[in-house]
Design a protein around this ligand. Structure first.
Ligand SMILES: *[C@@H]1O[C@H](CO)[C@@H](O)[C@H](O)[C@H]1NC(C)=O
Ligand SMILES: *[C@@H]1O[C@H](CO)[C@@H](O)[C@H](O)[C@H]1NC(C)=O
Ligand SMILES: *[C@@H]1O[C@H](CO)[C@@H](O)[C@H](O)[C@H]1NC(C)=O
Ligand SMILES: *[C@@H]1O[C@H](CO)[C@@H](O)[C@H](O)[C@H]1NC(C)=O
Ligand SMILES: *[C@@H]1O[C@H](CO)[C@@H](O)[C@H](O)[C@H]1NC(C)=O
Ligand SMILES: *[C@@H]1O[C@H](CO)[C@@H](O)[C@H](O)[C@H]1NC(C)=O
Length: 234
């Protein structure tokens, strides 16, 4: 058991080192920077929030909405919420391979979510609430197995909730309110045992299973907030 000889900080350093060794040949902070510049070139920014701020004159980790982790020197959080951005979501985002938080809420993005996002397997937080996205509910979502928060509220996603969603066993907050998702809510929703917030209000969903589900979870969980169909439980 050679592992026992390493202290925890040693292991952490080793991990950073190994990851840098394996990733450095492919991607680094410089590549993250070019991804963001591509992103900037591919969205409309009528309020010029990014225009002068996302500039190679300044270090990328100081750009508005960007957070980096020092250990890997890679971008871990992208928060472009409330920036009035327009256009489709550029697939380039899929190259930010260390991304953990992605908050693009309160913009005017339209079109579908690019499936390049499946490359971001470290993602724990996705928030596209209050945009104009459309298309079917992303069927690939179940690949992002670390996901804890998924916000797609007030967009125009339609169709059935894909089975792969129920693969997300770490999911704590799921907000699909105000879309046009339909069908019935599969009993598999019971697989999402960590859920503390579920909002499905303002969709075309149906099913008697719902009430049982709410009773089950709200008795077992302290402070859960669920809203379904066209009424709010709490
Ligand atoms: C980042 O990687 C590219 C090649 O992919 C390399 O040319 C560049 O020097 C690297 N930059 C840093 C800061 O390591
Ligand atoms: C990022 O990914 C896209 C494909 O999704 C690719 O075309 C592009 O060259 C990649 N690199 C950058 C820096 O955006
Ligand atoms: C970019 O925005 C960030 C966050 O608002 C700010 O701290 C930084 O000073 C800005 N940089 C420039 C060059 O304006
Ligand atoms: C993103 O920034 C907004 C304020 O601009 C803030 O309210 C929100 O909590 C941030 N999102 C994350 C995931 O930190
Ligand atoms: C479910 O998650 C596993 C990893 O936890 C992944 O390998 C698999 O592709 C996912 N399935 C779907 C349908 O997303
Ligand atoms: C839901 O959980 C059951 C066992 O609790 C498992 O057999 C099933 O594969 C899970 N379904 C999905 C879609 O992950």
């Amino acid at each position: 058991m050679r592992l026992l000889f390493f202290s925890v900080p040693m292991l952490f350093l080793q991990y950073c080192f190994m990851v840098s060794l394996t990733m450095a040949t492919v991607k680094n902070l410089t590549t993250d920077q070019s991804v963001l510049l591509e992103f900037k070139d591919n969205v409309a920014d009528p309020r010029s929030v990014l225009t002068n701020n996302w500039s190679i004159l300044y270090p990328v980790c100081s750009w508005i909405g960007i957070s980096c982790v020092t250990c890997h020197q890679r971008i871990t959080a992208l928060n472009i919420s409330y920036m009035g951005l327009q256009g489709t979501i550029p697939p380039h985002l899929g190259n930010l391979s260390f991304l953990v938080y992605l908050d693009a809420s309160y913009n005017s993005f339209h079109g579908h979510l690019p499936n390049e996002l499946t490359r971001l397997h470290r993602l724990r937080y996705i928030n596209f609430n209050y945009n104009e996205l459309s298309g079917s509910f992303p069927p690939w979502i179940g690949v992002l197995s670390k996901l804890q928060t998924l916000g797609l509220r007030d967009n125009s996603f339609r169709g059935l909730i894909p089975n792969s969603l129920f693969n997300l066993s770490k999911l704590e907050k799921l907000d699909l309110g105000l879309n046009t998702v339909d069908g019935s809510i599969p009993s598999k929703i019971g697989n999402l045992s960590k859920l503390t917030l579920l909002n499905l209000v303002g969709n075309n969903l149906q099913g008697t299973f719902l009430l049982l589900f709410v009773v089950h979870f709200c008795i077992n969980l302290h402070g859960c907030r669920f809203s379904f169909l066209n009424y709010q439980i709490f």
